[in-house]
Write a protein that binds this ligand. Structure first.
Ligand SMILES: Cc1cc2nc3c(=O)[nH]c(=O)nc-3n(C[C@H](O)[C@H](O)[C@H](O)COP(=O)(O)OP(=O)(O)OC[C@H]3O[C@@H](n4cnc5c(N)ncnc54)[C@H](O)[C@@H]3O)c2cc1C
Length: 496
């Protein structure tokens, strides 16, 4: 399909964020929109992360749309195929799929201040749009490690988010670089099939017990027949999770019981005292993402697994060499080194009112926006999962729904008041971010003694939201036009 012409709204990405935007735009009678997606299907994260063991680490009851409950979740933490099937089903049933253009990448977007619209180059042609809604994802672009000689490796190498399912790993010598959220799901699965597994750890994470269980048939029937019961159940999980916030943001001592549980998990899962020592974190719990697993530690304790904590010096044609000179031969290298988070590729592609890209703007002072959603200098741009919207304790779908609610309010205000363009003022944006960074100072992410992917090159946490999710929802519940510069419409292209 080739693209041309004008749409009122152009949405980038078909993950939870893009899909939520499409459904809610349609609900509001905004029918002139397109969603472009560089992949071949909806799902985003859940289309791409198909590695063995992939599952959510926030309970599925909460890690799903509030407006599309799923009584059929099989487990409290559902596996990837089920989440992907859920997103596909919601997309199908909501009747928005004819607005989606797959296998189409946004290459650049430039704000045209004369025409008051975005000119968007895509791999399928050029379109213009009144608003640009980015649902391009915060954990979407794989980050590859910069290791000497890695390009000379002759075996198979792939990122955890680009799993090579054609490769039979049975009996192979495999290395996994990284011990983050994806790695701890992958390692136990690999341990069962590979000949030998080396796990390269830079920093030991805290790993709590997973608390996973299958839902009984009775529970599922109950959810189906009495949706109010499922709603109550979801609410209980929601409030349970919100109680974690003070431990992260106000007083790390409140997280002491969680720390004890995580340390007990090491004792329970590992018998070798030296290995226990290696996996014991040296920073405060919560400073880096808290992980959950019942089988990661036992897998590390297995005979066919080595945890390597010596830094990697280089990769050769068939081995990894650590700083102490030890060479460990391998057939397959899995890089589980996360994603570009504070240097989002899409930020390079979007150029605002002054012709500067978001990336250029953000390189100077770090990622910043107003309410995590709009950005000064970038009129009519809405950025879902934008600066300081990430969570350490709960479901990102809650954040996405709050942001989409705000975007709907903004679009309604544009229609009703005949605004051609809206843009947050520099003052409003500055005030918003000053408040966030002031709150950040007290959080465990800044004081906990770790370096994490939450922090940018200036040491600022521009990824996480330092308050409760209900506060976020409240603050984004209405479009506050006083914080915006608005440009009145001079043509009749989009009547109210
Ligand atoms: C392995 C893994 C597990 C996770 N588990 C959880 C969890 O348990 N709980 C939780 O709350 N969060 C979790 N997350 C975070 C997760 O990313 C979010 O919850 C959520 O899926 C984000 O949805 P999204 O639509 O914003 O982004 P994504 O799902 O990343 O979707 C972005 C989409 O945009 C497309 N895109 C990007 N750039 C372009 C372009 N230029 N042109 C066209 N299309 C483009 C991508 O192809 C992708 O399909 C996890 C993330 C990962 C990687």
């Amino acid at each position: 399909m080739s693209l041309s012409g004008h749409v009122d709204h152009l949405v980038i990405g078909a993950g939870f964020a893009g899909l939520c935007s499409a459904i809610k735009l349609q609900e509001d009678g905004e029918t002139d929109f397109l969603v472009i997606e560089k992949g071949s299907d909806v799902g985003g994260t859940w289309r791409d992360n198909t590695y063995p063991g992939a599952a959510c680490d926030v309970p599925s009851q909460l890690y799903s749309f509030s407006f599309a409950p799923n009584p059929d979740w099989s487990m409290s933490f559902s596996p990837q195929p089920e989440i992907q099937a859920y997103i596909q089903r919601v997309a199908r049933e909501s009747g928005v799929l004819d607005r989606f253009v797959f296998d189409t990448e946004m290459l650049s977007a430039d704000w045209d201040d004369t025409a008051q619209r975005w000119t968007v180059e895509t791999s399928a042609g050029t379109v213009t749009s009144t608003t640009l809604i980015s649902g391009a994802g915060g954990l979407s672009a794989p980050r590859l490690p910069q290791i000497d000689g890695i390009e000379s490796f002759q075996g198979e190498i792939f990122h955890s988010a680009r799993w090579n399912h054609d490769l039979d790993l049975t009996g192979k010598r495999v290395a996994v670089i990284g011990t983050g959220a994806s790695s701890i799901q992958i390692v136990p699965e690999l341990q069962k099939v590979v000949g030998h597994l080396d796990v390269y750890q830079r920093t030991a994470p805290y790993v709590m017990p997973r608390g996973d269980r299958p839902y009984t048939r009775l529970e599922r029937q109950l959810f189906k027949r009495f949706p109010a019961v499922q709603k109550l159940y979801r609410r209980a999980i929601y409030w349970g999770r919100e109680t974690f916030v003070p431990g992260f943001t106000l007083e790390p001592k409140l997280a002491a019981p969680a720390k004890r549980i995580a340390l007990k998990n090491i004792e329970k899962g590992i018998s070798d005292p030296e290995l226990r020592q290696k996996v014991t974190p040296t920073f405060e719990i919560g400073c880096k993402r808290i992980l959950i697993s019942n089988d990661y530690y036992p897998a590390l304790d297995s005979d066919n697994v080595d945890l390597v904590t010596e830094p990697i010096a280089k990769v050769t044609g068939d081995a990894i060499v650590t700083a102490d000179g030890v060479e460990r031969p391998i057939d397959v290298l899995v890089v589980a080194t996360g994603f570009h988070t504070t240097d989002l590729p899409i930020a390079e592609q979007i150029r605002g009112r002054e012709g500067r890209s978001l990336a250029e703007t953000w390189r100077e002072s770090g990622m910043a926006g107003y309410k995590g959603t709009t950005v000064h200098g970038f009129p009519n741009l809405f950025f879902i999962v934008g600066p300081n919207t990430g969570l350490g304790h709960s479901s990102m779908v809650l954040i996405i729904e709050s942001q989409v609610a705000y975007i709907r309010e903004a679009i309604r205000a544009m229609r009703v008041n005949q605004y051609a363009a809206i843009e947050p003022t520099a003052t409003a944006q500055q005030r918003w971010n000053d408040d966030i960074q002031r709150r950040m100072k007290r959080t465990v992410w800044n004081t906990g003694g770790c370096s994490s992917w939450y922090l940018d090159e200036h040491g600022r946490n521009t990824v996480l939201w330092p308050r409760t999710t209900f506060k976020f929802r409240e603050l984004l519940s209405r479009f506050d036009v006083a914080a915006y510069d608005v440009t009145a419409r001079t043509d009749e292209r989009i009547p109210a």
